[in-house]
Design a protein around this ligand. Structure first.
Ligand code: SAM
Length: 285
């Protein structure tokens, strides 16, 4: 039975170690045992699986993960949390804490070193919100063996990641993520279940990475550049955004060849259309 994910425990653990939650590291500790269990349920973790956790904090999610997973590899940036974290996890032997900024970690080599024998590797985390986007895009672009991600994040970012064309949430982030994985919002989470409470509501998102992506750009770097250019100014048409980076005549011809009306806006196009644009550029530029 878990003890760590309660308000009393978090406050006591911080006080005992003369700590306060650090804003600069996005420290909002989860204190609702049902939500902790729900996150791990959503990841469908079993003893055969390994989990990578980003930001274990005081260990409330880590404890549930250690109970249910074969092994937990956790990255924590804050040196002050390492001692209480290890104390809180006493009794578990199936984890490794790496004191490192996740954005600087060499995940491929760590996976090889610690998780070699596991076929299924999942990321499960209550993310520090200030690095949600770089973490997700960084991990997805590494083409590592990670098959599934279940992550708590700011509600607004969750809506973008799961956004569908022709909605106000749909943007370059939606497309970058949905190019690599299916994205599902699992649970909306109120700010009251964190200590300290953040200024925004949150949501848990599950990403299932495609074994073989249904659509593949000929040149991924070009695909990401196309997304950047097409969404430069949301209120501009596709044509007007594209001519900021490419010659007018070329873009005019390209849109004619691809039968894409120049007046459309990027937010109305599905992932497949951006791949067509990217592949055209790869072949003709
Ligand atoms: N998992 C804990 C929980 O659910 O209560 C803490 C979650 S808290 C939202 C985010 C955690 O990520 C904190 O422990 C923070 O110190 C850690 N963190 C922040 N930036 C990080 C980074 N760049 N790399 C690794 N950990 C980071």
């Amino acid at each position: 039975m878990s003890r760590i994910g309660t308000a009393g425990f978090v406050n006591k653990s911080l006080k005992a170690n003369e700590l306060t939650a650090k804003k600069k590291y996005g420290q909002n500790f989860l204190i609702d045992q049902n939500i902790l269990n729900h996150i791990v349920d959503a990841a469908e973790v079993t003893k055969k699986d390994a989990v990578i956790e980003i930001g274990p904090g005081l260990g409330s999610l880590t404890e549930v993960l250690c109970e249910r997973a074969g092994f937990v590899l956790a990255y924590e940036i804050d040196p002050d949390l390492l001692k209480p974290l290890k104390e809180n996890l006493i009794g578990f032997l199936n984890y490794k804490i790496i004191h490192q900024d996740i954005l600087k970690a060499n995940l491929l080599s760590d996976i090889n070193l610690y998780l070699k024998e596991y076929e299924n590797i999942y990321v499960v985390a209550n993310l520090p919100y200030y690095i949600t986007t770089p973490v997700i895009l960084g991990l997805l672009s590494q083409n590592s063996r990670i098959k599934r991600y279940v992550m708590m994040m700011q509600l607004e970012v969750a809506d973008r990641i799961c956004g569908k064309p022709k909605t106000k949430e749909y943007n370059a982030l939606s497309i970058m993520v949905q190019y690599k994985a299916t994205a599902t919002k699992v649970l909306k989470v109120p700010r009251t279940v964190f200590v300290p409470a953040p200024n925004v509501d949150s949501a848990v998102v599950r990403l299932d990475v495609y074994d073989t992506p249904p659509l593949k750009a000929k040149d991924e770097a070009c695909f990401y550049e196309v997304l950047r250019v097409c969404f430069t100014q949301r209120r501009k048409t596709l044509y007007n955004n594209l001519i900021l980076s490419y010659e007018k005549e070329f873009i005019h011809q390209m849109l004619m060849d691809l039968s894409i009306p120049p007046t459309v806006r990027a937010e109305t196009l599905p992932v497949s259309e951006f791949i067509r644009i990217s592949d055209y550029l790869t072949q003709n530029k």
